[in-house]
Design a protein. Structure first.
Length: 59
């Protein structure tokens, strides 16, 4: 894609909307759902005591 064509699409909002559409598709794909589940599960895990002790030593 030439630079001027890309600039025209960006000016019309097409490039951003394509990116938004791809993001929406990724969120509904099985891989996207699985990654989100793993990420959410990781956030719910507690921080190991050894790691907390190391962080306290930095203070």
């Amino acid at each position: 894609m030439s630079g001027s064509k890309k600039s025209e699409e960006r000016a019309r909002g097409k490039v951003g909307s394509d990116r938004a559409n791809k993001t929406a598709r990724d969120k509904t794909s099985p891989v996207g759902r699985a990654l989100r589940t793993v990420y959410d599960d990781t956030l719910r895990e507690s921080v190991p005591d050894d790691f907390l002790d190391l962080l306290r030593k930095l203070d």
